[in-house]
Design a protein around this ligand. Sequence first.
Ligand code: ADP
Ligand code: MG
Length: 170
Amino acid sequence: MRIAITGTPGVGKTTVSKVLAKRLNMEVIDITDVVKRYRLYIDYDEDMESYVIDFEKLNNFLKDKDNIILDGHVSHLLNPDYTIVLRCDPKIIEERLRKRGYKDKKVLENVQAEILDVCLCESKGKVYEIDTTNRDVEDIVNEIIEAIKEGKERKGIVDWLSKYYEYLEI
Ligand code: ADP
Ligand code: MG
């Protein structure tokens, strides 16, 4: 079983993945972490201050691993059996990313990605989307476990676009 925990940076993937892993007795693989540690990248994007992932190398690194939780905003692209898409109010994501010290451009790109449902749109197969806004981690994890157990699928539960259209104006 390979579970992807995906969503915009700052949405809460790492926080949720750790608690979920304990509950399910599974190993978490933090994609950003392994990409850096094992040099599974093609390049470094100075502009976005992030590594450009080498997907062939990353898939190769993951190929013999089973019973894993993949934590990362590209985890849904790594052939998961189940994809959990975490969502959060873009204003909260903005605050969290500013706290992390991301520069304006990177904050805005990520906030826009959340508004435009990028991770959700890219997710294929069994997908379950959760709005985590103002919810406790334990509560979110309980919902994820129930969804996986029952094989639930759900997409299209938030509409940030009509709430935050002004963020997309240039
Ligand atoms: P990601 O891995 O998606 O980038 P993190 O798990 O690192 O996100 O979370 C970003 C920040 O938001 C952290 O400071 C974390 O403590 C906080 N956070 C995450 N989930 C929640 C939640 N459900 N409620 C309150 N704060 C949260
Ligand atoms: Mg993380």
